[in-house]
Design a binder for this molecule. Sequence first.
Ligand SMILES: Cc1cc2nc3c(=O)[nH]c(=O)nc-3n(C[C@H](O)[C@H](O)[C@H](O)COP(=O)(O)OP(=O)(O)OC[C@H]3O[C@@H](n4cnc5c(N)ncnc54)[C@H](O)[C@@H]3O)c2cc1C
Length: 260
Amino acid sequence: MSLLTVTGVRALTPRMTRVTFTGDGLADLGTWPDQQLKLLFPKQGGSAHVSDATDTGTWYQAYLALPEETRPWMRSFTVRALADGVLTVDFVLHGDHGPAARWAATAKPGDVLGRFGPSRDYARPLGTAELLVFAGDETALPAIGSLLEVLPAHQRFLAFVEVADPAEEQDLPGVRWVHRSAGEDLVSAVSAVEVPASVWVWLGGEASTVRLLRRHFVSLGVSREDIEFAGYWRRALTQDDAPTEDDLAEARERIAALTE
Ligand SMILES: Cc1cc2nc3c(=O)[nH]c(=O)nc-3n(C[C@H](O)[C@H](O)[C@H](O)COP(=O)(O)OP(=O)(O)OC[C@H]3O[C@@H](n4cnc5c(N)ncnc54)[C@H](O)[C@@H]3O)c2cc1C
């Protein structure tokens, strides 16, 4: 567990803010695409710091043992870039009053967050196939962006990203943008394309959409181990809320895919 200090804040689009941080240990971290980390957001009167593991337990146990009033909120994010000890994270300003989005909307240099990870244990390596398919919403854009950057030059790929409207597009060559403002949706856009037998799929974003897309590819005969998927957020639920039956089913499917 380390602390991060904001060094810069820049609006990438009306609903996406890029924040750069410095902090202890960043220069020693390895880099790989789709790096996931936990960020800790201080509560009013609380701190972003949680003591590291002690002989009485792990860091996470120390976190849970903090009184709820001061225990920082913990949310998952993606490393958009990490170079020369500077970490870049892109925050979606989803406007739904979550502590992470609220923090990002007013972030300024000098602000401090906690950091846990990224850990290679959660690395989702790129698959190999004739066609790679990436699909997600704006929360998955940092991951998809980092994955596209490491694709071999001649790799065939399709990348779909659902965003609110054209103003949310970023400069990512080859991405097919799906605009909610035009009545488009990710599931319809992805389901409309034909894929060859040799395909590997990466999915991230709103949990029920990810589930529908995964079912779509399974129904096409894509084997479960060739579909990387993760629900990044849940409609009307925060990341602190307990898992739903669907979340538990998803977790079981992920475990089953890993052990197949
Ligand atoms: C591995 C992983 C990597 C992720 N990487 C990123 C990233 O790089 N950038 C990023 O912005 N997000 C990323 N996310 C998603 C992010 O963790 C969630 O959106 C998270 O819920 C935001 O926390 P919050 O405190 O703003 O909202 P919460 O307190 O968790 O939720 C509050 C309310 O906001 C709603 N909500 C949450 N997210 C959204 C959204 N995107 N759109 C509309 N409503 C929403 C919830 O349904 C809830 O009603 C990632 C998630 C995972 C699991």
